[in-house]
Design a protein around this ligand. Structure first.
Ligand SMILES: NC(=O)c1ccc[n+]([C@@H]2O[C@H](COP(=O)([O-])OP(=O)(O)OC[C@H]3O[C@@H](n4cnc5c(N)ncnc54)[C@H](OP(=O)(O)O)[C@@H]3O)[C@@H](O)[C@H]2O)c1
Length: 388
């Protein structure tokens, strides 16, 4: 078996830790041979090593890892303690024995708002940091796997295929001018996709782009429903909890939510995404892949379900209600999470083409998100949407 050395970023986050769990299992069970290099920065008075150990020994780590002692798992890992922007020549020297690296770049700031701060954050930590990682790793790089976002296609009507980036007769990437991005996060994701391809072509390296949709808790591996943080659609639950704690929510009241009432959202379990990445990253026949669910969840179902936990009701309306008619909760909604969520629940009718993904994931049964949503949401609700 050939050595497979992988450098992984973002392992303290939602998705990165699940890719780490999957890869560690492959190494520890003897399915793969090689070394994992992780880049973790020190944070909140914890060293990178302490943070890594916390991920590996976490009480919600998948059950498939519990048979392995954490010290045994740590033997497969080399830690680089640094922020991505700080990676330098000395860090590269620590990789001198590892050539032909696969770099799986998961780290990013997921800020979907449309503010100047979000612009600066995503420009620096997503766009510039990815470019830095790419140039820094180039001497050791075999393949760069960029975790982008299925939403980098922006507002889109109809069937969405994996090929967001097309190629001209010379094989050069062509970026679709018509993409209507909703925020800087999406804009820098698609820009980076395009520049990654250009850069790798110039330097004769292979590349791959994998794009998850809205990530939710685990639905395949026990303990189910876990995710370390709750974002995207969970933000609405967080909002309702805050309203309830500040006593502005009246039982049975109806909240009007701006959306496409006939619209849907693509939600995908984190363990499904991690497995799809691990099954795909060595496959050079796949350049772009959306790691999404085959079935969309109706927005009306999602919101009615989340509202029922808070003891209220909702109406999905095409436009936000006039400010003078807004209830206290509605005012709060449109001042806080509404501007972020509205973009993702007012989407035109669309559907992802998951033909290729399902071929790759043939042996993995897809969870029925709609059927399981109550249980998934209940886990978040019981944990008060806090970090775990
Ligand atoms: N969550 C979703 O619904 C979703 C949907 C589509 C696509 N994605 C994409 O999937 C990937 C993973 O997302 P996620 O939800 O797992 O993110 P997350 O939970 O917010 O975690 C982000 C990770 O990136 C790390 N990071 C960010 N900036 C860094 C820097 N400058 N240096 C070192 N580490 C840095 C964070 O480290 P610290 O812990 O040190 O901050 C953390 O480990 C991202 O590329 C995201 O854009 C996510």
């Amino acid at each position: 078996m050939a050595n497979l050395n992988v450098l992984l970023t973002g392992v303290t986050g939602i998705l990165g830790r699940h890719i780490l769990y999957e890869l560690l299992h492959s190494y520890a069970s003897g399915q793969k041979k090689g070394i994992l290099i992780v880049v973790i920065r020190a944070k909140s008075s914890q060293t990178g090593l302490e943070r890594l150990k916390a991920v590996i020994t976490h009480r919600y780590r998948p059950a498939y890892l519990t048979e392995y002692a954490s010290n045994d798992l740590l033997k497969y890992i080399i830690l680089i303690e640094a922020g991505i922007e700080e990676l330098n020549a000395t860090h590269l020297t620590s990789l001198k024995n590892f050539d032909k690296l696969y770099v799986i770049h998961t780290a990013a700031e997921t800020d979907l708002s449309n503010t100047t701060t979000a612009h600066e954050k995503t420009f620096t930590h997503n766009y510039l940091a990815t470019k830095h990682l790419l140039t820094w790793s180039m001497p050791k790089l075999h393949k760069f796997i960029f975790i982008s976002s299925a939403f980098s296609i922006g507002h889109y009507k109809g069937v969405i295929t994996d090929q967001y980036i097309q190629f001209d007769a010379n094989g050069d990437p062509v970026l679709c001018e018509a993409i209507e991005n909703r925020n800087p996060y999406e804009k820098f994701k698609i820009k980076m996709e395009y520049e990654l391809i250009q850069y790798c072509r110039q330097h004769n390296k292979t590349w791959q782009i994998i794009r998850p949709s809205a990530i939710c808790g685990r639905m395949l591996d026990e303990p189910l429903y876990y995710t370390p943080t709750f974002n995207v659609f969970y933000l609405f639950g967080k909002f309702l909890l805050a309203c309830s704690l500040s006593n502005i929510l009246r039982t049975g009241e109806k909240v009007r939510i701006e959306s496409n009432p006939a619209g849907s959202m693509n939600i995908v379990p984190v363990d499904y995404v991690a497995k799809s990445i691990v099954k795909t990253f060595e496959n050079d026949t796949i350049d772009q892949l959306n790691a999404v669910s085959s079935r969309q969840v109706p927005v009306i179902y999602l919101f009615q379900c989340m509202c029922s936990f808070a003891g209220i009701k909702c109406d999905l309306t095409e436009y936000a209600p006039p400010p003078e008619s807004m209830s206290v909760v509605e005012k709060q909604y449109y001042e806080t999470v509404g501007p972020v969520l509205s973009h993702y629940i007012s989407t035109p009718i669309h559907q992802f083409d998951t033909t290729r993904l399902r071929e790759i994931m043939l042996d993995i049964v897809e969870a029925d998100i709609e059927k399981e949503f109550k249980n998934l949401y209940e886990f978040a609700y019981e944990n008060k949407f806090g970090s775990l």
